[in-house]
Design a binder for this molecule. Structure first.
Ligand code: ACO
Length: 423
């Protein structure tokens, strides 16, 4: 049987056979056979925007791999910075490459004083740190004017190092401002995650000593969040990047998408939901209300996963280690009950709704002391690696500018009516 599909235009009888390549069919023959007839796919549920070799995801089987390596192996044996090298460069680093990468990231963690003093401190006192982060990422493009040279791989590599390195500094700066604490400068003697925790929590002690269990847990969480194929934020990045905007502007667009509660903002929404539910006894009524269409079960469901999100499985295990240090998050029992009730309810079973990465991550962040406004910021720090991997892939592929079509359902041509003649 040929590995192809045939499309027939029933108006004319003409048809075209399109080969199936890499699991998809090209739109080019369709366009030639049916000029002016557009393929309608709101939400891009059936559209592949091109080829990619970064992250492999099989939502039916619950498989996630970065550059071919299963997420479970990377979470167990790697570090976030090694994974970021892998995602950006396509291969795991040699020792020499890794040492150089660590050095480069460590020596690009400082932000320009004007970013902090003039830009970030200009926000209103109760600004949401995620809103500040979105703006700060975009603002960085005004500090590195050479970033506009997107055709030069050396220039791109420099911005990639800068952005990955500066994200924890920006994130911590947003938090410190929002709670009225003085900014803490990066410390080159610390690891990536220790440095971030120091910038978050240091008060008057000369050297902030991060708990090793919590440092490791956050490093694993960073690995799990580093990339996720063609998600909403990555599409935003690719769209802006396809216009050849600089990587800071493209990442700011992705970060803005991540802010939404249907995307990276869901971890914040989960904690609010669990707090509102309040007790285990209230879980059945909450599930009943969701089934009747009153809101969604936050942290459940995914466009691609129709099985348990493999990241949620790993996070659930990390939660045990974290709670041993911090004490159990009192909301955990409500979350476990919600999961139990939902996974045995036909509404969720028939729609293949399972916990996603956000269902348990917020509980860990909260137990570690992060305010809930920081949860999506914690997501954005490692996801910057994923965004930049896609930016680099896009530039190397030199894809066309993204510009979809529409199906017109508006008014036919009509004549302008002066305001005093309108009814
Ligand atoms: N709670 C209750 N019902 C749900 C949920 C949910 N969390 N998610 C989907 N459904 C239902 C829908 O009501 C719909 O039911 P219907 O067929 O009777 O109309 C069906 O399941 C399909 O839902 P869609 O909205 O069409 O699925 P889509 O793929 O567009 O949405 C999304 C995916 C946005 C993640 C959705 O599941 C959701 O809103 N979940 C809650 C928010 C969340 O956790 N987001 C984080 C995702 S992971 C991430 O971005 C990092």
């Amino acid at each position: 049987m040929p590995d192809s599909i045939t499309i027939t235009d029933n108006r004319t009888g003409s048809s075209v056979e399109i080969p199936i390549v890499d699991g998809g069919v090209s739109a080019d023959p369709w366009r030639k056979l049916l000029p002016g007839i557009w393929f309608s796919d709101p939400g891009f549920t059936t559209t592949a925007l091109g080829t990619s070799a970064i992250t492999y995801l099989d939502g039916e089987e619950g498989i996630l791999r970065y550059r071919g390596y299963p997420i479970e192996q990377l979470a167990k044996s790697s570090t976030y910075l090694e994974v970021s090298y892998l995602l950006i460069h396509g291969e795991l680093p040699t020792q020499e490459q890794y040492d150089q990468w660590l050095h480069d990231i460590t020596y690009h963690t400082f932000i320009h004083e004007n970013v902090r003093k003039r830009f970030l401190e200009g926000f209103h006192y109760d600004a949401h740190p995620m809103g500040m982060l979105v703006s700060a990422m975009g603002a960085l493009s005004t500090f590195y004017l050479e970033a506009k040279g997107v055709d030069d791989p050396t220039v791109r590599a420099k911005q990639i190092t800068r952005l990955i390195a500066k994200m924890p500094t920006l994130a911590a700066a947003c938090h410190r401002f929002s709670v009225g604490m003085p900014f803490v400068y990066p410390d080159n003697s610390m690891s990536f995650v220790e440095n971030f925790l120091s910038m978050m929590w240091k008060v008057a002690e000369p050297h902030y000593a991060a708990d090793p269990v919590l440092t490791h847990a956050l490093d694993v969480l960073f690995i799990l969040h580093a990339d996720h194929e063609q998600n909403c934020g990555t599409l935003a990045l690719r769209t802006v990047g396809s216009a050849h905007a600089d990587p800071y502007s493209a990442c700011a667009a992705a970060c803005a998408a991540l802010y939404g509660p249907r995307h990276g903002g869901a971890n914040e929404a989960v904690i609010k939901m669990l707090t509102e539910i309040g007790t285990i006894d209230a879980v059945p009524d909450f599930i009943k209300a969701v089934k009747e269409g009153h809101g969604r079960l936050q942290g459940f469901g995914h466009r691609v996963y129709k099985n348990y999100d493999p990241r949620a499985t790993i996070i659930k295990n990390i939660a045990d280690d974290v709670f041993e240090v911090t004490g159990k998050n009192p909301l955990l029992d409500i979350a476990l009950k919600l999961e139990e009730v939902a996974l045995s309810d036909d509404y969720f079973i028939s729609r293949k709704l399972y916990p996603n990465v956000d269902f348990y991550s917020g509980l860990i962040y909260q137990a570690m002391g992060f305010p809930i406004e920081m949860f999506t910021v914690l997501f954005a720090i490692p996801r910057t690696t994923g965004w930049l991997s896609h930016y680099e892939e896009l530039m190397v592929q030199d894809q066309k500018i993204y510009r979809p079509r529409q199906l017109w359902t508006g008014a036919d041509e009509r004549s302008y009516v002066p305001i005093d003649a309108r009814s």
